[in-house]
Design a protein around this ligand. Structure first.
Ligand code: SF4
Ligand code: ZN
Length: 307
């Protein structure tokens, strides 16, 4: 197969675009997709400060590098979850990457904050991943808000978005369906959230990271259950193989037709939000759920120490 742009030998085949690219032209295709996403979904401008959530995986590091190359004002945010034999390695990859590319980075340590993820696993009677995800979203938003960033960018790709949309559709979860999309505007103490890689598949992001020589953290988290969205991604992989372009079409059609319908349905049903009395994050209760979890774990630990 020849590169559709320069006619050299292609190294990345993209059936969904009826094309293939060589190693020099593929990053240009990637750049174009990110530019289109930012422009069409009105994500941010060159005058705004962007906080990029960096896990150390291929998607977040590829996003950070690409936004920097496009001249945006980006700062990375890594959350050190405090998981033994895992978090330290992820953090090192992020720090090395930011040093290499001369990028600003903030690191937030769950251990220093008083609630490392192993404590959640031990003391909270809920699936650790759902609480860990809640913690990460909470701190991303809190830090972006407190530090005056205009927008929070995450490395969610097309496969992530389609798997989430599919799961929400299977449950007809109208609240989530009305909220899902590549740009979530700022509201009530929440900063604007954007997903500039939503037009690119996991395969495409992995190729970009590889061709740009990005060193990624790819070890699975020791607490990963493997359940979250993995089966849906496998199903969609099969559909995409049989009918290339299906994933993007499903997602785009949702944005055009489904999302506005669900947004209408959910209008006016939300609770009033006020700042949490402990941390200032928006909540419909006096104290937000994250501060309540932190207090409950502290109490359980103290009780366990007495016994
Ligand atoms: Fe957190 Fe679960 Fe992801 Fe591990 S797999 S980082 S516990 S959400
Ligand atoms: Zn709080």
């Amino acid at each position: 197969m020849k590169c559709i742009r320069c006619k050299k030998t292609a190294c990345v085949a993209l059936p969904s675009h009826h094309s293939g690219f060589c190693k020099d032209c593929f990053p240009l295709f990637f750049t174009k997709q990110v530019e289109t996403a930012i422009r069409r979904e009105k994500m941010f401008t060159h005058d705004e400060r962007i906080l990029v959530a960096l896990s150390g995986g291929k998607d977040s590091l590829a996003l950070m590098l690409e936004l920097k190359l496009q001249g945006y004002d980006v700062t990375g945010l890594h959350i050190d979850l405090g998981i033994p034999n895992s978090s330290g390695k992820a953090r090192k990859k992020v720090e090395d990457f930011c040093d290499l590319h001369d990028l600003d980075l903030c690191v937030f340590e769950m251990e220093k904050w008083g609630l490392p993820i192993p404590d959640i696993k031990q003391y909270v009677k809920r699936p650790v991943c759902s609480v860990c995800g809640k913690m990460k979203r909470h701190h991303f938003n809190r830090i972006a808000r407190e530090e005056g960033f205009d927008v929070l960018a995450t490395g969610h790709n097309l496969d992530d978005e389609v798997a989430r949309l599919f799961a929400n559709t299977l449950r007809w979860d109208t609240a989530y369906l009305s909220d899902q999309g590549p740009t979530l505007p700022a509201s009530d103490g929440f900063v604007r959230k954007v997903k500039p890689l939503f037009r690119l598949s996991e395969f495409e992001t992995a190729n970009y990271a590889f061709l740009k020589g990005i060193e990624i953290h790819s070890d699975p988290c020791p607490y990963a259950s493997g359940a979250s969205f993995t089966h849906h991604k496998e199903l969609w992989g099969e559909l995409e193989y049989r009918s290339p372009g299906q994933k993007f079409q499903f997602y785009q059609s949702f944005l055009k037709k489904g999302k506005p319908a669900f947004a209408n349905l959910e209008k006016e049903t939300g609770d009033e939000l006020n700042p949490c009395i402990e941390c200032g994050s928006p909540t419909s209760a006096g104290t937000c759920s994250v501060c309540r979890i932190k207090a409950a774990v502290k109490a359980s630990k103290a009780e366990a120490e007495v016994e």
